[in-house]
Design a protein around this ligand. Sequence first.
Ligand code: FES
Ligand code: FES
Length: 181
Amino acid sequence: MARRKRRAGHSDLVVDEKKALHRIRLTINGEELELAFSPRRTLLEVLRDDLDLIGAKEGCDGGECGACTVLIEDRPYLACLTLAATLRGKRILTIEGLAGNGGLHPLQSAFLTKGAVQCGYCTPGLILSAKALLDRNVAPTEEEVKKALVGNLCRCTGYQKIIDAVLEAARLLQAESPGNR
Ligand code: FES
Ligand code: FES
């Protein structure tokens, strides 16, 4: 039987069984990559362990907390429940890819100015869920913000500051693109 070797940070990467590796091309934060991994690994494992993209957090590891939220084709998904092997050709955004050359995304700025970040563990997931909302609706109501963030738990701030931050980011985005109003 073929032996498996384990390396720190690559716990499931099969070295002796190269044929067992799943190879796909996909785009992460604007960069096209070819990756090889065991078919049973989750997107969260690949991001954090293989690519050192540790913005997506491992909270419950069971679909309950939203800390691992990333955007796949502009829609929020739980990376802990998403098999990486299903993502051939997909476009993925993690929090590391959000800030542009012009600096922080308005959501990142608003989370800071509105005091919506304490320990920060939930913040990447919340911001990406909020981005998916603002991408399709740049002027959401408070109720629409609450609904969009219902899958993202925060143990620190309470939710009002987070909601205020998303509404502030919406105002900033509208100011940047008045045609969106
Ligand atoms: S770590 Fe994925 S939902 Fe909690
Ligand atoms: S800021 Fe700590 S969990 Fe949300």
